[in-house]
Each structure stands twice: as structure tokens, then as C-alpha cells.
Design a protein around this ligand. Structure first.
Ligand SMILES: Nc1ncnc2c1ncn2[C@@H]1O[C@H](COP(=O)(O)OP(=O)(O)OP(=O)(O)O)[C@@H](O)[C@H]1O
Ligand SMILES: [Mg+2]
Length: 244
């Protein structure tokens, strides 16, 4: 379980998040929505141990997060690949196993993200969306207990994005994990999440929370799906400055 207890974070005089209390359960798919600059990436950085709270505590399984933790995988907002390694090399580097096993696992995930034919290419030959898929394959291959994903599908075209959402849910069926996922897409949030929160503008608080309970396969056009979407937008739009 991931817990925030009265967490505030400032950068010098900038109050980014204020008094956040939050519990994310094991194996929960937890989605964070909020306006640009409200502190979504900062929340992930606090969980990952890249940043420390200015006030309050962040705990994982009851222990205060003090430094980066190897049980956590991160897909960053700006995909971070090593330019001198191939696609295969970038994915293999996250796996600890024998050489042969490492290769098999890496290839498995490279196939899952649709890049089989590019396994031996270097990142400069890939499009933005392809690089992001390599970063996703690498995080999945690492097989962490907690997966932090910061707008992982933001650079993908609409079709690939939908495929990747489905693929992520498929992978999670086999390998249970806690996922904390940041997105700007409300549709993506409702499609993926067990629970969604909406954050306000800075200094940001949690202003809305919704458990998504839809039986069976989720479909963007179903009545229930649209009901959740509208309810979330009603809280999110005013923060972004969109008026009814
Ligand atoms: N290391 C840092 N030092 C100083 N200021 C920072 C640092 N990291 C983030 N900030 C500031 O904190 C605020 C929140 O940033 P953050 O990246 O968490 O926002 P975000 O919600 O992820 O935005 P976006 O949706 O645009 O990715 C911003 O104003 C940003 O400039
Ligand atoms: Mg961000």
C-alpha cells in the first residue's frame, strides 16, 4: 500500500501540493488527472523517492520512502532511452536474469508493444511514439511491484494508444501490480482505472475521487462509461479553465 499522510511539497516559494492524504491499495489501478503544472509528476516523484515531501510522509507498506526503491518501475513523461543501445539493449538492461532468459523476456515485451521488427534499431531511428513504447516495454520487463506511469501514452497516435491501453490491461491480468498512472485523457482514465482522482490548480488538493465500477469490458460509448466521464469532466474542466 502507498500512503500519503498530510503531504505538502514546495519548490522554494512555489507551493505545489498541499496537504494530500491518500491511500493506494495493492494491485489497484490508480489514475491521477489535473491541470498542467498542478503537481502530478511531483506526486509520482515522491512515491519513487526522487523527491522528499516538504511536510508529511509518504509510506510504502508502512515504511517511509527515503530513497529510490528497486520495487518501483517508472515510465517517465519524457521517454528516457539510452541512444547507444538498441531497442533490445534498452529493454534487456532492466531485467536481472541469465543472458538467454533476459533476451527472451525482452523480446516478449518488445513484441507486446509492436516493435518486433525494430528490436535491433537504435533510438534515433524511431518515432516519438515508438520510443515511448520501448520505455513501456522496459518498465514492464522489469516487472516491478509498483509501476508509475507519467502520461505514458501521450506521444502515441489514437489507434496505437487504444491498442496499448488494451495491452496494458492484458499484461496486468497476468502480472498483478499497483499502477499509478497520470494522464490528461479522461477517456483513458475511465477505461483503465479502478479509481480516479482529480487534482485542483496549484497549490493542489484532491478535489474529486471516483471509483470506476463497470462490469465486463469497458466501452467508450456505453452509458455508464459516459456517466463517469461527464462527472469527472465536471470537476476537471473548471480547474483547467474550461467553462460550461
Ligand atoms: N525539481 C523542481 N524544481 C523546481 N520546480 C519544480 C520541480 N519539479 C516541478 N517543479 C514545479 O512544480 C510544479 C508542478 O510540476 P509537475 O511537473 O509536478 O506538474 P504536472 O502536474 O506533472 O504538469 P504536466 O501536466 O504539465 O506534466 C510546476 O510549476 C513545476 O515548474
Ligand atoms: Mg507531468
Amino acid at each position: 500500500m502507498i500512503e500519503f499522510e498530510n503531504v505538502s511539497k514546495n519548490f522554494d516559494n512555489l507551493e505545489v501540493i498541499k496537504n494530500i492524504n491518500l491511500k493506494i491499495k495493492e494491485n489497484e489501478f490508480f489514475v491521477i488527472l489535473g491541470p498542467s503544472g498542478c503537481g502530478k509528476s511531483t506526486l509520482l516523484n515522491l512515491i519513487a523517492g526522487f523527491e522528499k515531501p516538504s511536510k508529511g510522509k509518504v509510506l510504502i507498506d508502512g515504511k517511509i520512502v527515503e530513497k529510490p526503491n528497486k520495487d518501483i518501475g517508472f515510465v517517465f513523461q519524457d521517454y528516457v532511452l539510452f541512444p547507444w543501445k538498441t531497442v533490445l539493449g534498452n529493454v534487456e538492461m532492466s531485467i536481472s536474469a541469465s543472458k538467454k532468459e533476459r533476451r527472451n523476456i525482452a523480446i516478449h515485451y518488445i513484441e507486446k508493444v509492436g516493435l518486433k521488427d525494430f528490436a535491433n534499431e537504435y533510438p534515433h531511428k524511431l518515432s516519438g511514439g515508438m520510443k515511448q513504447r520501448v520505455a513501456i516495454a522496459r518498465a514492464l520487463a522489469y516487472n516491478p511491484k509498483i509501476l508509475l506511469m507519467d502520461e505514458p501514452f501521450g506521444a502515441l497516435d489514437a489507434q496505437t494508444r487504444k491498442l496499448m491501453q488494451q495491452e496494458l490491461l492484458n499484461i496486468l491480468k497476468d502480472f498483478k501490480k499497483t499502477v499509478v498512472f497520470v494522464t490528461h485523457s479522461v477517456i483513458e482514465a475511465v477505461y483503465l482505472a479502478d479509481r480516479v482522482i482529480v487534482m485542483s490548480k496549484r497549490p493542489s488538493k484532491i478535489i474529486f475521487e471516483s471509483k470506476i465500477k463497470i462490469d465486463g469490458e469497458r466501452n467508450y460509448l456505453d452509458k455508464d462509461f459516459l456517466k463517469y466521464r461527464e462527472e469527472i469532466l465536471r470537476h476537471l474542466d473548471p480547474e483547467i479553465g474550461i467553462k460550461e
